[in-house]
Every structure is written in C-alpha cells, then in structure tokens.
Ligand binder design. Sequence first.
Ligand code: CDT
Length: 309
Amino acid sequence: MRILNVAAAQMGPIQKAESREAVVKRMLALLAEAKAKGADLVVYPELALTTFFPRYYMTDQKDVDAWFESAMPNAAVQPLFDAAAAANIALSIGYAELTPDGHHFNTQILTDRTGKIIGKYRKIHLPGHVEFDAERTHQHLEKRYFEPGDLGFPVFRALGGIFGMLICNDRRWPEAYRVMGLQGVEMVVLGYNTPSVNSQKSVEGPEQRLFHNRLSVQAGAYQNSTFVVAVAKGGNEDGFPLIGGSLIVDPNGVILAEAETEADELLVCACDLDDTAFGKKTIFDFERHRRIEHYGRITSQTGVILPPE
Ligand code: CDT
C-alpha cells in the first residue's frame, strides 16, 4: 500500500479588492485544517491568490502585470510555504506567473514537503478570447493575458508516486490526461475557475457545468487509471458566479469526495496509489494493447478533420 492523504482545498470567491495577504490567511486556515486531518498534500485552485482577473478587459500592461507573481514564493505567499514546511506537507498552487524574461503563464506548481518547488505546469488550453467581445454576457480573456504553456504535460516523481498537473479547461481534453497516462501518472491535481453560466450559451447553467466537470474528471481518471483531484475557486466574485464542485476521484472513476458548498471547504481522502496498478496492467496496458499507428490524427495532424462526404 502507498497511502497518500490528499486534501482538495476549495476556495470561495476572492473579490477584486482582496489582497494577496488576506487570501493567504484563508489558505493558511485550510492548511491548518488539512494538517489536523493528516494531509500529506494540499491542492489549491487555479489562480488561487487573486480574483479570476481574466474576466476584466485591460489595455495597460502595468494593470495586467499587477495580477502576476514575478517570484514564487514571494513575500505574500512565504507564510504559506513556511507553514507547510513546518507541517511536513506538500503543496500544489495555481498562480499567474511572470517570468524574469517577461513571459506570462497560467501556472500550477508542486512542492515537496520542505516547500521546494519540484514540479511546474503551464496551462496549454487557454479558453476565451483576445479582444473585448460584446456578444458575450461576460468576458473571458485568458488568450489575451497568457501565452500557451511551453512545458508540455510532464509528470513528477514525488511523495512516493507519480504526479501530473492540469489547469481548468485542460480537464476537458482527454489527450491532456493521456499524455500523462502514458508516462504512468498516478495522481493528477488540477485547479479551476469555471463560470456558472456559459457566456456563449446562457441555457448552460451551473447544473450542466457541474455535470461536465464530473464527467471530464471521472473519465480522465478511469481512462488512465489515475486519481484526479480537481479543486475549484467557487462562489460569487464581484457579481460573477463560479461553480464549486471540487472532487477527488479514484482510478475507477468513482467520486471519493465532493464539495458541498461554494466556499472555502476542505476535502481529505486517503488514496492508495497502488490502486492505480490494476487498471494500468489490464485494460489500459498501453504496451500490449495500444495501436499507435491509428492515432495519427491526434499525434501528427493539426486542425479539424471532417469526415468524407
Ligand atoms: N479557467 C478556465 O479555463 N475556465 C474554463 C471556462 C470555459 S468558458 C470560456 C473552463 O473550462 O472551465
């Protein structure tokens, strides 16, 4: 058995005016609860330190950069790293990363139990648009503020297992899980900010959004025989509602725990990483069963391929 106690630290809304220091206090409270419950790893959402700023249209790069972190950890976040190291707990945190050479990424990191960053993922599937779009009920400008990730879908040996990361929209793309599945991933951790209503299809409300969240996370877990820990920032941010629905799913695709609120809420599950072995050795035995010569459309071609008339 390789038991890992994983905590999904769902966060309620962060208002635009809320400081990083105030947010880190909330993250510390979740960490303290995780410590009391014996967690080994605490996973926080996408862009955990601020409101979901890509909903705001900005034209001045200085205003944009104010939402980014040019160092990790930095003074505001250091207390969280210190408390986690003192508690011997690893962290995964989403934030907006500004690199020393001026690149902007939507990033998730994984630390070891000492607070050392041992893994990084930069979001590849950036949804939304580049310019203000009057057709939409609300804006989603990730494509304006972030570059697509440049690290691929790496996995990391940590905490006695093999870990990978995704960020929000990535969870809807089966090939994102698959690239990590092919590297033997045993636990995928991911954070998200999902608006409760589809800005281009107003009949698609929170119930359907929660359904798609479960569907894509459970499928990703089952189809790759991996645990998936999906962590929301939920609730109403300055009039813009986000779904909660954080969940921890086992390698059979079964939901082990699911958030009941849209507020700061901790889910903790004991996950035996050895439970990933059966599916990997049998149905998903990629070495024995895959027929890679038939996967050309996703491995070597780009664009949409229409079926013949
Ligand atoms: N943050 C993020 O990626 N949100 C998207 C919203 C999609 S609608 C533009 C998501 O997939 O939940």
